[in-house]
Design a protein around this ligand. Structure first.
Ligand code: HEC
Length: 119
């Protein structure tokens, strides 16, 4: 019993380190999938309330259709900034400042941006 317990505790940091060190396209793909989940989740990003997004159901139209964002914003930091706090760019915007209001963490915003770059 004690031996089993210590094996598990030894394994956990190893898995964690593996997850953190994980890089490359497999990681980017899973982050984008996670970002899509967050974007479509009505209790999280809820982006579909205002944006048409490929693969999403019942979109609203308050915001522009999210498409071809990689060519519109080649600089990833611009997309991070928009999702974090669009009021900095446009004080009149109705888009919630997901980062400033802590609706999404920095890590979640990063995943959402990975997803946006696939659109
Ligand atoms: C309440 C409505 C609303 C919600 C919810 C919303 N947005 Fe927006 N979004 C807008 C509006 C309106 C704009 C147009 C730009 C502005 O208002 O400054 C915009 C602009 C954008 C842009 C720039 C698009 C372009 O073509 O320039 C991106 C990217 C974006 N939103 C991503 C998101 C993401 C990702 C989410 C979810 C995490 C989200 N938005 C949620 C309203 C919204």
């Amino acid at each position: 019993m004690i031996a089993l317990f210590s094996t598990k505790t030894a394994l956990f940091p190893a898995l964690l380190a593996g997850a953190i060190l994980c890089a490359g396209s497999a990681h980017a793909q899973s982050a984008a999938a996670e970002g899509q989940k967050l974007a479509f989740d009505r209790g999280k990003g809820n982006c579909l309330t205002c944006h048409v997004i490929k693969g999403g159901e019942y979109p609203g139209s308050l915001g522009p259709k999210l498409v071809d964002l990689k060519s519109k914003y080649p600089n990833r930091a611009d997309l991070v900034a928009i999702v974090t706090d669009e009021t900095l760019r446009n004080p009149q915007t109705v888009m919630p400042p997901f980062g400033r209001n802590r609706i999404l963490t920095e890590q979640e915003i990063s995943a959402v941006v990975d997803f946006l770059q696939t659109l």
